[in-house]
Design a protein around this ligand. Structure first.
Ligand code: NDP
Ligand code: 2IT
Length: 451
């Protein structure tokens, strides 16, 4: 058996049941195959075998008291995967589906994504099976305080700097940071995505969605195309989706679809900036459902469906897709329907939203496919810029941060494309991003010896 296959087999055996983690390992390692010939030193030092085992995985109990006085227990996680090129960095996810395998997949992907940003950040991820949906602000606050009561001892501005992800937005970061400040008594850059009043960066809320759109624009430019007048579908309606819609509108595209975990809206007239304002208020302040958008603007609503099912079942035409909700949301049958309905560009706002079979369908059909670790790296990149501003005790303007984000996304595109060419599959952004992200981390690991 080959080196890569050996490592995959071992993960399959030793990390049994961690299906998303195994999927991420397979997706990354199989594309690293061409690096083996150029780097026998990596094989000798067992870099491939070492990189799939986290530096450490912290699991903890999170007890808190709900509004009715009942004690609730959740599971807390922080997986510090690899700090070869910088302090651990990666978001916190609060969602009932969270388990060790999901956090490990996200932390593993984060190693390569963070490396691609060119900023000094290692890979990590954390979270809890706590569901903020339907909880009062006081319950969310008590949960966040209980979560930080353990997490604080594992993080620090030069050690590990968490941020948001699914279910963790401005409100949660505020509560988490406030409690860290209270118990550690240090106003330090220990979280990113902070409020502007307490060390946050302009453009951080927008960064992932804007970045995914910039990445799509770069891919399109390789074929002499742009976003103007293109029909766009975005899944989800959370942080990443919202600011993808905003940037697509700014660039003249027409967004016709959005979703949440209860259903899908199809707005054939297109979402304009007034409708987007309504959506931001609905989702970020009233914490409502996307069905309310359908009621308000009298558009089509499909309950209990994924948006990719609706695209297939209703034969909806589209040019560009931004899957921006959760892992494995696009399976091959829907990928094929997307291609049949005209889709020629997919830029992944979410982490691993396409299954490996779905990616194969996109690649076989010459779809411009931007994998999450490249396309959605804008979020963590601006987190890195937030850390820089905090260290320098300054803050940059919106224009300055947006310009830096734009340049970073352009570079990620360029590095991924170049690596795909050097390693023999020009235009395979998945392979290019994985290799470009991996090489920097692997070389740092080589420099350190066996640790
Ligand atoms: P949010 O919590 O703000 O939004 C998530 C959206 O996806 C919501 O509309 C939610 O619906 C929907 N969703 C989540 N899980 C499911 C599910 N299992 N089934 C159906 N719908 C679901 O999260 P973000 O926008 O921050 O994150 C979205 C994706 O982007 C994730 O994959 C995340 O890892 C990735 N990402 C996020 C970054 C960031 O900076 N925030 C950076 C890079 C990647 P509902 O509200 O009904 O639950
Ligand atoms: O998946 C991701 O890159 C994030 N959730 C953002 C991480 C961060 O540290 O900003």
């Amino acid at each position: 058996m080959g080196v890569i296959q050996d490592v995959i087999e071992k993960v399959n055996e030793k990390d049994r049941g961690q299906v998303e983690f195994l999927q991420a390992v397979k997706e990354v390692l199989t594309t690293l195959e061409p690096t083996i010939i150029k780097h026998p030193d990596f094989v000798k030092a067992k870099i491939y075998e070492r990189i799939v085992v986290p530096d450490r995985a912290i699991l903890f109990r999170v007890p808190w008291v709900d509004d009715s006085g009942e004690v609730q227990i959740n599971r807390g996680f922080r997986v510090q995967f690899n700090n070869a090129i910088g302090p651990y960095k990666g978001g916190l996810r609060f969602h009932p589906s969270v388990n060790l395998g999901i956090i490990k997949f996200l932390g593993f992907e984060q190693i390569f994504k963070n490396s691609l940003t060119t900023l000094p950040m290692g890979g990590a991820k954390g979270g809890s099976d706590f569901d903020p949906k339907g909880k009062s602000d006081n319950e969310v606050m008590r949960f966040c305080q209980a979560f930080m009561r353990e997490l604080f001892r594992h993080i620090g501005p030069d050690t590990d700097v968490p941020a948001g992800d699914i279910g963790v937005g401005a409100r949660e970061i505020g509560y988490l940071y406030g409690y860290y400040l209270k118990i550690v008594n240090q106003n330090a850059s220990v979280l990113t995505g902070k409020g502007l009043e307490f060390g946050g960066s302009l453009i951080r809320p927008e960064a992932t969605g804007y970045g995914a759109t910039y990445f799509a624009a770069e891919m399109l430019a390789t074929r002499g195309l742009d976003i103007k007048d293109k029909v766009v579908v975005v899944s989800g309606s959370g942080n990443v989706a919202q600011y993808t819609v905003e940037k697509v509108i700014q660039l003249g595209g027409k967004v016709i679809g959005l979703s949440d975990s209860n259903g899908v809206i199809i707005d054939e007239a297109g979402i304009d900036s007034k409708k987007l304002d309504y959506l931001l208020d609905l989702k970020n302040y009233r914490r409502g459902r996307i069905s309310e958008y359908a009621e308000k603007f009298k558009v089509l609503y499909y309950a209990d469906k994924s948006i990719w099912d609706v695209i297939r079942e209703q034969s909806i035409k589209l040019d560009i897709a931004f899957p921006s909700s959760h892992e494995n949301e696009i399976e091959s049958v829907n990928a094929q329907a997307m291609v049949n309905n005209g889709c020629f560009c997919v830029s992944e706002g979410a982490n691993m939203p396409s299954t490996m079979d779905a990616i194969e369908v996109f690649q076989d059909n010459n779809v411009l496919f931007g994998p999450g670790k490249a396309a959605n790296a804008g979020g963590v990149a601006v987190s890195g810029l937030e850390m820089s501003q905090n260290s320098m005790r300054i803050s940059w303007s919106r224009e300055e941060v947006d310009q830096k984000l734009f340049v970073i996304m352009k570079n990620i595109h360029k590095m991924s494309l170049e690596a795909s060419e050097v390693y023999g599959k020009k235009g395979d952004y998945l392979m290019g991003a994985n290799i470009a992200g991996f090489l920097k981390v692997a070389k740092a690991m080589m420099a350190y010896g066996i640790i």
